[in-house]
Design a protein around this ligand. Structure first.
Ligand SMILES: Cc1ncc(COP(=O)(O)O)c(C=O)c1O
Length: 369
């Protein structure tokens, strides 16, 4: 019989019992456990684009010239960084990249096996390490959001394939620079991959990218899922170290990973427009404010995040665990959040709530409280 890998239950499926309890109680269920955008895709996409993009042939695996050209222009406009086309390639949304890159890095450097990631983070960094047969190593996060690299020994670093960063961070909303991690990665010749899918929703600073420290041993990962409410389109890209982009795009071509042609066209149009992003940032800012009011009225504590669209809350005495808080919040408001243990063992006393329902719904809940 099979004695190997057995995937754990998908985290958000573990909330079904709480969802059912809310429905049975007669409350209106407001599921904010997954960070799936709820607002419309910008209206700049038109039927002409559909006609232009319909095609019989296979789409370009690593991204069409049009998509990559728009991504290069967006990076230049947003961050003031000029990239060449061989420093960027497309991925099918960013989750598949997160889940598969460790496996490909390991194939390339078989004598190394460790994958490092923030101890409180998006769970797919760890899952990607497991799927690639690598060793997942959570690294503690300092209060300012930077990784506590003082905990990393030379032995660990010599075995490291890549170090994940995520800024603004899911679930904590912290913004970090990652500069010291980049220096360390260059010293030990491993890779830093900075997941920047929330960068457009930065509130405490202007959006940032790890590429400001140069591209050597560095990749930045981006996605249109959050930026343009385009999670359904599955458009992402990674940019940075030319040699790594070359290797990953070659190996991913063999695996048949490609964004459908029409979605590449849509992605290019969305990347060329900034006005919908500015509007969406203000929508999240307002919702996060209302969510903060709601959770404070319920007696919990949280700060307004530096970035992202999540409220990360705990009870003031830090006594309850995330599942208890989830149940309490659900039974008083109908809101379903994600317990902190989904994001790491060290955050089990937290709950994450995503600002992904209408502002009116949230205002209605706040008013009732
Ligand atoms: C930090 C982080 N990275 C990556 C993703 C994956 O997003 P997508 O695959 O839609 O680009 C998510 C989704 O919630 C996320 O929170």
């Amino acid at each position: 019989m099979n004695s190997g890998f057995n995937p754990p239950p998908y985290p958000q499926d573990r909330l079904n019992e709480i969802r059912q309890a809310v429905i049975t109680s007669g409350l209106n269920l407001v599921d904010l456990s997954i960070g799936t955008p709820c607002d419309p895709v910008p209206e700049i996409l038109s039927i002409d684009h559909v006609e232009m993009a319909l095609s019989r042939g296979y789409p370009r695996a690593n991204g069409s010239d049009m998509l990559l050209g728009s991504a290069i222009s967006w990076i230049a406009g947003r961050f003031g960084i000029d990239l060449r086309q061989d420093e960027i390639a497309a991925c099918v949304g960013s989750k598949e990249f997160v889940a598969s890159v460790a496996q490909y890095l390991r194939l390339r450097t078989p004598h190394r096996s460790s994958v490092l990631f923030p101890s409180v983070s998006y769970p797919t960094y760890e899952m990607g390490a497991l799927l690639g047969g690598c060793k997942p190593i959570p690294v503690p996060v300092l209060p300012d959001g930077e990784l506590d690299i003082s905990t990393l020994t030379p032995d660990v670093l010599k075995d490291t394939l890549c170090i994940w960063l995520n800024s603004p961070a899911n679930p904590t909303g912290k913004i970090s620079s990652g500069r010291k991690v980049v220096e360390l990665a260059r010293k030990y010749n491993c890779l830093v991959i900075s997941d920047e899918c929330y960068t457009e929703f930065s509130y405490s600073t202007e959006p940032k990218t790890i590429l400001e420290f140069g591209t050597k041993n560095v990749l930045a990962l981006h996605s249109l899922s959050k930026r343009s409410n385009f999670a359904g389109g599955r458009v992402g890209f990674y940019a940075g170290d030319r040699e790594l982009v070359r290797y990953l795009s070659e190996v991913r071509k063999h695996a048949g990973l490609m964004i459908p042609g029409m979605m590449q066209m849509f992605g290019s149009v969305l990347l060329s427009d900034q006005s919908h992003v500015e509007k969406q940032r203000e929508i999240y800012r307002e919702r996060l404010d209302i969510l903060l009011t709601i959770i404070r009225k319920l007696g919990y504590v949280a700060d307004f995040p530096d970035g992202g669209f999540y409220i990360w809350l705990a009870d003031s005495a830090a006594k309850k665990n995330g599942f208890e808080i989830a149940r309490e919040v659900a039974m008083r408001t109908g809101i379903i959040g994600s317990p902190g243990e989904f994001y790491g063992k060290s955050s089990s006393q937290y709950l994450r709530i995503a600002a992904v329902t209408s502002t009116e719904t949230l205002a209605g809940i706040a008013a009732k409280l």
